[in-house]
Design a binder for this molecule. Sequence first.
Ligand SMILES: [Zn+2]
Length: 574
Amino acid sequence: MADKNSGTTDLSAAQAAAQAGSKTEDNPIPAGTKPVEEVNREFQEKSTLKRAKELGLPYIDIARTPLNPDFLKIIDIQDAKEGRIIPFFSVGKKVRVAVDDKNNPETKKIIKKLEDRGYDVNINLASSAGIDDALDIYDSSQVYKKKKIVESVEEKDIQTYEKEIADLADLPEKLDKVTAEEGLNLINIGAMKTKASDVHFEPEEETVPVRFRIDGVLHKVFELPPKIYSKISEQLKYQSGMQLNVATIPQDGRYVFIFNKRKVAVRVASIPTPYGEAFVCRYLPAGKKFLTFEELGFQGLALKKLEKASNISQGMVLVTGPTGSGKSTTLYSVLSKMNNPENKIITLEDPVEYYMQGVTQSQINEKKDYTFANGLRSILRHDPDIVMIGEIRDLKTAETAAQAALTGHVLLSTLHTNSAIESIPRLINMGLPPFMVAPALNTVVAQRLVRRVCEKCSTLEPVSESEKNEFKEIFENLKKVNPGTEVEVPEKIPKVHGCDACSNTGYKGRVVIAEVITITSEIKDLILNNSSSVDLIKAARKEGIVTLREDGFIKAAQGVTTLEEVHRVTNVAM
Ligand SMILES: [Zn+2]
């Protein structure tokens, strides 16, 4: 079986690795090939060879034949899939193809197409499993091919596109006049221009609303008539490598395009609905510059503690918060601080969100039983200094993670809790004994994202009486517990309006509000003594912490965000 994750077209190398059952350093995903499969496969190849002799056709072990992308291009990927046909050699107008059933009407159709194009077609028989493997390889070489196509969107084209979509509301009209491929390009560029993180196509009975997530909030930007939507959705499925003829089950795909000389990977997920397939496209810019803690929004005590946590040589650092609170961005920033040639860093993610140079990143694969818990165990065999795992959500993972943190590794991960201190009872409730939690845990960050006010259109307005009281209550309490804190109730705070620069949302960009707790020896003792959350909070308070809400109010007083935003993200329970 070919190793799909290697992205190589050199089948023999991938196969050799799979056969040896080895896991390369760069890709610690187990190959998952079982000896019994090997035996079955050998048997299949032998019987195919026999069948070829009977039919008087040459036999080819296509899975062991290196596939040349130039030859693959002779047949379009969709045709290759439908006709189960792989071109593997060509000179001039002569082409050798592998098929698993030369009488399959779809296969015949594609061969006829080739002949119509003037090709002299030499048919070779291959096993069905071999064709499947070769099609997978063909698929992975598509990423490369797509990149080529979209690269033709040059700087000047982008400028034209930008003018075209000056008003996104006009987009449906434009989409009616262009090819599906250009249409999807227009939507992608619209998403890039508005800095959307994802685009949602949500078909209804008579129309298809398209929503962009900008700064974490979904906005409906336009609606597509079903006729145009079907064109765009087909293109989306084709481009992301989904099965075109399947519309009743969810599918996942991926493609890459270039925007302003930067590679952007798009993860596409489809969901069947009564009115057609809905899609969510997530944009993942590559070569991303990882933000500093200050740029993310950490300040004061939280910043100091986080910087200290980035210099530890062993222990567990957790970032907590609900989905969409920017946990992984913070983890990546911690990781990029720790990323130097002396440190061996391995990550286990679901999925890999950004690529980081010098770091071995792997992705969990539930189907291959490469879960967080199993993956972490195999990662530890590679002797890393620092391990990042996407999330701790079960006891097995928590145990392995704590063990790693107790045996000289730095372990970074996320946990789904509302506050920093809650992560302690959460780990204990998962079943991790206090005697492991206490020594393993080093630092816990709880965070949310609030939107920054748009600098172009926001105005400073006097605080109302009720707002003043809110600030007073929060700040007086904060000063009581952290006497050194310099905070004042503001005279004026920002109010948002909306302009072209912020797509009329009033906000532009986001900033973290956070609370960071260092697990001091006093807190460790409390954990060991099964103390209540109240006592834990008291101890953390004594050590000096600024809570999420307090940090939010400080940022509102600084004019970075609004009180509405702070309430929006700190009031919701998960
Ligand atoms: Zn604005």
